[in-house]
Design a binder for this molecule. Structure first.
Ligand code: SAM
Length: 246
């Protein structure tokens, strides 16, 4: 049942809205009005007029609810990253930079502990605000500062993810922070950055892979089932590697 103050994903045909269910509030779309007082007390998945109301998934929360002041890692990439990092209840994951906290929220859902570093105070605060607003990130330690200057215990992390423009200067410190054989991932928007990283990884990291994930959405009309006319052509390249024992 939906309660007052719950977050809800409201669908109106192809449109999606994330709203907090407060009894005096409502949502108007194309002259139809959904009064939230009519949703409170109803079961999840309720249909009222042309509105459908669901409990939001983590993907809905990040995509529709997180305030963004940096480029974020999209769900199509984020969940694959978590999978490649082997995120599980016993894993302690290192991340930098935190940015708006989108990847951090995914890692936090799947891992035991996440330690995330952000050098810009505004983003450091924003990520925490985004998480708290939706009751996420209890297992996240947020650090304000440059990862290069961070006090990190040697060999203390099970995995790491790096989302900064030029990751090569961080590779030594990253290598020392990780356990032997631990997976590490990087997100890079352009091919020249990938080439620089591949050169930087040589010798210290093995099992290198580079992937790009393409996601194509389909129109869901049974009589005219076909792909959407437009799609996101490129988000980023993902590079994965494993720490080689020195
Ligand atoms: N992955 C994040 C997300 O999904 O919301 C977005 C990260 S954003 C593209 C990159 C962030 O890295 C920026 O907020 C930037 O300030 C931060 N950054 C850059 N260099 C850093 C460093 N040396 N240490 C910590 N954070 C850094």
């Amino acid at each position: 049942m939906f309660k007052e103050g719950d977050w809800a994903l409201i669908r109106y045909r192809e449109k999606k809205y994330l709203r907090k269910l407060m009894p005096k509030d409502s949502l108007s779309v194309r002259r139809e009005v959904l009064k939230f007082s009519e949703v409170i007390g109803k079961p999840e998945g309720v249909r009222i007029g042309n509105f459908e109301v669901f409990r939001p998934t983590l993907e809905d929360t990040i995509v529709l609810g997180f305030e963004r002041k940096t480029q974020i890692i999209y769900p199509k990439d984020a969940f694959y990253i978590a999978f490649k990092l082997g995120a599980g209840r016993s894993s302690k994951i290192l991340e930098f930079g935190t940015g708006s906290g989108a990847l951090c929220a995914v890692l936090s859902r799947l891992a035991g502990e996440v330690h995330t570093y952000e050098v810009v105070e505004e983003f450091h605060k924003l990520a925490q605000r985004n998480m708290r607003r939706f009751g996420l990130g209890e297992n996240v330690k947020f650090y304000l500062g440059d990862f290069l200057e961070a006090q990190v215990e040697e060999g203390s992390f099970d995995a790491a993810f790096v989302d900064v423009r030029e990751p090569v200067p961080y590779l030594d410190k990253l290598h020392t922070s990780l356990k032997n054989g631990a997976p590490v991932g990087f997100l890079l928007p352009t091919t020249n950055q990938v080439v620089d990283l591949l050169r930087g990884l040589e010798g210290r990291f093995g099992g290198v892979e580079v992937v790009e994930i393409m996601l194509r959405n389909y129109k869901t009309v049974p009589e005219r089932f076909r792909p959407e006319d437009t799609m996101v052509g490129h988000t980023a390249y993902l590079v994965f590697a494993r720490k080689l024992t020195p």
